[in-house]
Design a protein around this ligand. Structure first.
Ligand code: CMC
Length: 424
């Protein structure tokens, strides 16, 4: 009887033995537990999926207590040190790092799919001048679906791969166009001579010079930030993408759903919220009062960039970003808000409230300070998260589609409302 779980239902005194696989039990195995034969049977109640595995995955491993993050078995710090973002995206998508021929072929293919239909500019022009770029990105990702009607054939592997390639290639273009619209600047076409990040910087910041030449250190810093954001297993936006994709919707609208989830301040919008919080605090001497307000607010006011559903230790991505910040600031000049952030972290990590709840800085705590030093406006921060997370969304979406265990997502509910009322 090893690897089984025996449950006794004290309502009926009946015992049930159900299999354990990978330290989990199947929720549907509980359905045999009933009081009466015509009962629906036992379900699990798990709002926010606090303790429910929704899939089996081989993409990203996280040990939240130890602060470990691995893509396809490789520790994040090694990937950040030795790989490019595009090779990381290849790894996340395909399970293996590319050899040099594969890397060249993949990079070349991505480079040659970066353009978007000219009409996309007209769609973007329809937005208000001050539209949030994340709203634009979400909308233009969905709009891409209409240009590629064959993308609906999600079970066709060749079609799937082509649309994965298109999405990885075009997301920086859409992101940069959203920014240019916001700034009232002309759109800049992709430059095939540049790297993935170099081209993105060119599409963002090129002015009247004939050729934009990115600073190689800044290009690499952005590449590392992209690596750190590539995937994070079943987070809110990835689960949204899997959920939408489970209806066999095409990857463009599914990714738009992922982006919509990422927009929220508790998820990818947190990097933006951190900067706004640091602005609100304003100076070092106001940090203790702010921390006090957070504690007294009892969840009403949060320390943005702190805490994580899975990490109950220092987020390993935050560690890498914190180290990288010095290098970036040596090129760009220090972000004056860094001292407030460091003081906030110092006080919070000694404070019982945060220690007891295991609230540590997460990836968003320092990333915004770097983005700001690189001259990205604050409302572009969640967009900068979405660009690399596209590789994670697509890998997880693809894994879901070929997984024989998966079906259209359709949770149950515990209905507690009225029944059988007569309409007067
Ligand atoms: N500041 C102050 N208190 C907090 C914070 C915070 N940032 N995060 C959690 N708590 C408290 C919370 O009030 C609760 O206290 P109590 O037990 O007294 O009610 C306890 O800690 C547990 O919080 P929770 O809301 O049950 O935890 P969760 O796992 O549902 O939330 C979280 C995770 C990330 C949404 C949350 O920590 C949070 O809101 N953090 C701030 C937003 C943020 O930085 N988000 C980025 C996450 S990392 C990047 C990403 O995945 O997108």
């Amino acid at each position: 009887m090893a690897n089984t779980l025996t449950i006794k239902d004290n309502r009926t005194n009946k015992e049930f033995t159900i299999p354990i696989e990978n330290d989990t039990v199947k929720a549907t195995d509980l359905r045999q537990i009933k009081v009466k034969d015509d009962d629906f049977g036992m379900m699990t109640y798990d709002p926010a999926y606090m303790n429910t595995a929704s899939c089996k995955s081989k993409i990203t491993f996280i040990d939240g207590d130890k602060g470990i993050l691995e893509y396809r078995g490789y520790p994040i710090d090694q990937i950040a040190e030795k790989c490019s973002y595009l090779d990381t995206a290849y790894l996340v998508l395909n399970g293996e790092l590319p050899n040099s021929a594969q890397s060249k072929e993949w990079t070349d293919a991505v480079t040659h799919h970066t353009m978007v239909h000219e009409n996309m500019k007209k769609i973007i022009d329809g937005f208000n001048y001050d539209a949030h770029p994340m709203g634009l990105l979400t909308s233009t990702l969905a709009a891409l679906s209409t240009y590629y009607p064959k993308a609906k054939n999600v079970l066709d592997e060749k079609e799937r791969k082509l649309n994965i390639l298109r999405l990885i290639a075009k997301v920086p273009t859409l992101a940069a166009y959203a920014y240019r619209h916001r700034m009232g600047l002309p759109y800049v076409s992709p430059d095939n001579d540049l790297s993935y990040c170099g081209n993105f910087l060119s599409m963002m910041f090129k002015m009247s010079e004939p050729k934009y030449r990115p600073n190689p250190d800044i290009e690499r810093a952005l590449d590392v930030l992209f690596i750190l954001h590539a995937d994070h297993e079943q987070n809110c936006s990835t689960s949204a993408m899997r959920n939408i994709g489970s209806a066999q919707s095409d990857p463009y609208v599914s990714a738009a759903g992922g982006a919509a989830a990422l927009y929220g301040p508790l998820h990818g919008g947190a990097n933006e919220a951190v900067l706004r919080m640091l602005d609100e605090i304003g100076s070092l001497d106001k940090v203790p009062a702010f921390v006090r307000e957070v504690k007294e607010g009892k969840g009403e006011k949060r320390l943005m960039g702190f805490g994580h559903r899975v990490y109950k230790n220092y987020d390993p991505r935050a560690k890498i970003i914190k180290k990288m910040a010095d290098k970036v600031f040596s090129l760009t000049g220090k972000n004056p808000k860094l001292d407030i952030a460091l003081e906030l972290e110092r006080i919070a990590l000694q404070d019982d409230y945060f220690v007891k709840r295991k609230l540590y800085p997460n990836v968003d705590f320092y990333s915004g300070l770097i983005y700001q030093a690189l001259k990205f406006p604050v409302d572009m921060f969640p967009v900068l998260f979405a660009i690399p997370r596209m590789s994670g969304w697509l890998s997880q979406w693809q894994e879901m589609l070929v997984d024989a265990d998966q079906k259209i997502t359709r949770p149950r509910q515990v209905y507690l409302g009225a029944r059988n009322r007569a309409v007067p």
